[in-house]
Design a protein around this ligand. Sequence first.
Ligand SMILES: [Zn+2]
Length: 447
Amino acid sequence: MAESPYWNPKTETLARADLERLQGHRLRRLVERAYAKSPFHRRLMDAAGVRPEQVRGRADLERLPFTTREAWMEEQRRRPPFGELCVIPPAAAVRYHTTSGTTGRTPLRVLDGRADWKWIAECWCYGFHGFGVRRGDVVFFAFSYGTFIGFWGAHYACEKMGCLVLPSGNMTTPQRVQLIHEMQASVVCATPTYALRLAQEAADQGIDLAGGPVRRLILSGEPAGSIPATKRMIEAQWGAKAADTAGMTEIGTIMMFECAHQPGGTHIIEDHFIEEVIDPESGRPVGYGEQGERVVTSFGRRAIPLLRYRTRDLVVKVPHSRCGCGRGFDLYDGGIRGRVDDMLLVRGTNVYPRAVEAIVREYPAVDEFQIHLWTKDGIRDEITLRCEVRSGFEGQWEGVARRIAADLGAATEGLGFGVERVPAGTLPRFELKARRVKDDRVVKGGA
Ligand SMILES: [Zn+2]
């Protein structure tokens, strides 16, 4: 019998009506448990006037109140260190993690038990198997193995699938390239930005990645894994296929992955999550094809029941039929499109860093870049794209810079972008979440 392309053939190919029935059943159990065990959820539901028995199925989801990051933070402050979202006693937990804290806020703290880690790995298996990773693959992780949960679950997924794992938490970038080369890794896991950084390092060391054994890259941690131009650049430099995945500390694992058909979007793991898309202002649901904020309900984490959590991620949901792989799971077209809070306001125009990256990555002449916001003459907002030019492209730079400025202007209602060349190696490089916006304005976000 031919090997299944699905990790869980039974749930991944369910008809929509059956899938929604399964979600309804799991939702009911989740709500009962959250209400019985978590005083945090009980207070929220009581305040919203909802009784657990009123949630009978998937259609009743919207009766439940949203959970926000702010409420979770406040709960942690009031009842440190974890708050009453966490429903297992610390003695039953086997691991502590925190959010990465790139936004400068206090991190969220989470605990997980043994059953949670089994489930976390299981969700990652959907993505790894679905993109063609198999027993016997040699999987390299460009990952710190620290308190940030990141690829931890993916590591266990690989052990579960029978892959050989190459950890590299303690290594420098040159050492990591050496390990990939020496151990003949066939799969590499990294953020999109760091995948490019590794490729650059390999080129500096004279290692031919494209001719080597790496055949798959699993990307996570940044929205760029679904930006077509960024993905094409990564795939060309590695001579391998690259798939996007996305997860978050609040759920402990990934909730979406790109299948081997690569339909330009990521499947939602809908037997383990309900993902809604809402208008971030009104909180009302938006339809297929419309951009909105993701709201996640997660069934699998025993330690932390999560109901209708507002993620601030921007997404566009499309029906499962968009992809020809046979899965019944709907997709997010273009993966995660950015964050509700990422939007920059420059002279009254909205600028999304992800949209800027999508344009800039169309130009192989740009090696690394930064979006620099500054104030001219003490009053006027300016936006300048600082670029490091890839070696070999110096002669073409002036023409390329003009074309980039024109493309950026066209995408932002004629907002005038400066495009400026900076010396190679002067812009920051990132292992974790890239931060390519530098805001030096006197009044940030001002008109
Ligand atoms: Zn598919």
